[in-house]
Design a protein around this ligand. Structure first.
Ligand code: THU
Length: 138
């Protein structure tokens, strides 16, 4: 743990549930992350009548992180409406990866894991650099 422990993150994610807009799934989600400077940012899911446009809690959380000065995520915690630990969906693992380091830790239903454990061999910013540096084969 970089600092502060998991309990403040659990509480922040649980508090974020109050802002969830989930009239279609009735499945509110709250997310919280600690950033490198020790600050905690939160997010909630925001659904849409056009179901596929739903924003996951991680989505709004990442936006909040950027609006609060940005920085990398050191720890992440996500909860369902019962306050139980929730695994980030595949798309959201990718969102988290963008702002993670090798040391970023994710609270999961089977204990604390690293970003690499929840999204192995991830595609990320470095792949874009590599692609740009690689001449086309044809
Ligand atoms: N949801 C999230 O907010 N984050 C996840 O990682 C998993 C799913 C939301 C999207 C939708 O509003 C509801 O949970 C049911 O899928």
């Amino acid at each position: 743990m970089s600092d502060g422990g998991w309990e403040p993150l659990r509480l922040a994610a649980t508090a974020a549930l109050a802002h969830a807009y989930a009239p279609y799934s009735h499945f509110p989600v709250g997310a919280a992350a600690r950033l490198e400077d020790g600050s905690i940012v939160t997010g909630c899911n925001v659904e849409n009548a056009s179901y596929g446009l739903t924003l996951c809690a991680e989505c709004t959380m990442v936006g909040a992180a950027r609006m609060n000065g940005g920085g990398l995520i050191t720890e992440f915690y996500c909860v369902d409406g019962q306050g139980a630990i929730l695994m980030p969906c595949g798309r959201c693992r990718q969102l988290l990866f963008e702002f993670s380091t090798a040391g970023t830790r994710i609270m999961t239903s089977s204990g604390v894991k690293t970003m690499d454990q929840v999204l192995p061999d991830a595609f990320g910013p470095r792949d874009l650099d590599r692609t740009a540096a690689t001449p086309p084969k044809e």
